[in-house]
Design a protein around this ligand. Structure first.
Ligand SMILES: [Zn+2]
Length: 328
């Protein structure tokens, strides 16, 4: 009941996620605790710009995915088989121990699709909450409603990809269902999860202004102007190595469009040095957080995240992270 695909499996076969197998009529996950990557990243890399800015975040993944985006930048793990890939079993308690050792109270389930190793994510996330830490999902948002609803109780923040705004593109190119993703974005918000969305602009796939405008309309109507939107630059990966990166002009045009439509926090991703990396005050328009790539180099907010120039509240959950700070 986890994945909307509901694959019907012959004995010894895995579903299209590659990580759940029919063994003698019972469904097994092959990736519980099987970790493919572990790293400490800046939280801005997820990307999350409005959740404990500047924090380091412990990040873990397994293999597999229930989508098949032909531009996947992590295809070496998203398409890997759990029986062939080099994976290391890590006890849930050991994730928490490692986080403590490095003094990092934030944990991201990222790099591959976290919802497909649900049981482990939930187990680890519970332990993290028990220790006063914070859990983050970087997800395609494609799972059934009930499991997302349950997991949301342990999740503090999520970045969800809205990869296109055409159901046919989702179905034919990405291998997913737009409607389910949109419903889960709303559900996470309703459950109190801090949500940011990412729209990766892939030339020839989802870069029409009409489609982007539809996405903006939905974002404004269903999420509201204060939910951050990351408009991200595509670079050639996996099966899409024959096309150039997204022209910066397209990204800037979409960025301006989104701001003009009334979104308060719009970002251009993967274009270091562009003003679209800054957070602007929704009231006076002045830059309140200046970033270069994942680095913050100027901070114009008060301790309660108000604009230093005009006093307006800027929608940021949590304080700026400082070396030696404890979150909360
Ligand atoms: Zn201001």
């Amino acid at each position: 009941m986890l994945c909307p695909w509901r694959c019907v499996l012959e004995p010894e076969r895995v579903g299209l996620c590659g990580v759940r197998m029919n063994r003698d009529g019972e469904l097994y996950t092959l990736v519980y605790g099987m970790v493919s990557s572990m790293a400490i990243d800046p939280i801005e890399k997820k990307p999350l710009y409005h959740f404990y800015p500047g924090a380091p975040i412990f990040s873990i993944s397994t293999v597999g995915c229930n989508f098949r985006c032909p531009w996947c930048q992590n295809w070496t793990i998203s398409r890997a088989s759990p029986t062939k890939a080099w994976l290391e079993y890590v006890e849930p308690q050991d994730v928490v121990r490692l986080m403590k050792r490095y003094g990092v109270p934030f944990l991201a389930f990222t790099y591959n699709e976290p919802l497909i190793w649900y049981e482990y994510v939930e187990e680890v996330a519970k332990l993290v909450k028990r220790e006063g830490g914070f859990n983050v999902l970087v997800t395609n948002g494609f799972a059934c409603r009930e499991p997302v609803e349950e997991l949301a109780g342990y999740i503090d923040a999520a970045n969800v990809d809205v990869k296109a705004f055409d159901p046919l593109t989702y179905l034919r190119v990405i291998g997913g269902k737009l409607e389910a993703v949109l419903e889960n974005v709303k559900l996470l918000r309703e459950k109190g999860v801090h949500v940011e969305t990412t729209y990766l602009v892939v030339p020839g796939v989802n870069d029409s202004e009409e489609e982007f405008r539809k996405m903006l309309r939905w974002h404004l109507d269903e999420l509201g102007p204060e939910v951050p939107l990351h408009i991200s630059r595509f670079f050639p990966h996996y099966k899409f190595i024959d096309r150039p990166p997204t022209p910066v002009e397209t990204l800037v045009r979409f960025w301006e469009l989104a701001r003009n439509e009334g979104l308060h926090y719009v970002y251009v991703g993967n274009v270091p040095g562009h003003g679209g990396e800054y957070t602007y005050c929704p009231q006076c328009g002045k830059p309140v957080i200046k970033r270069f790539g994942f680095e913050i180099f100027e901070w114009n907010l008060t301790l309660d995240n108000r604009c230093r120039f005009c006093g307006a509240q800027v929608h940021i959950r949590g304080a700026r992270w400082r070396e030696g700070s404890t979150a909360g």
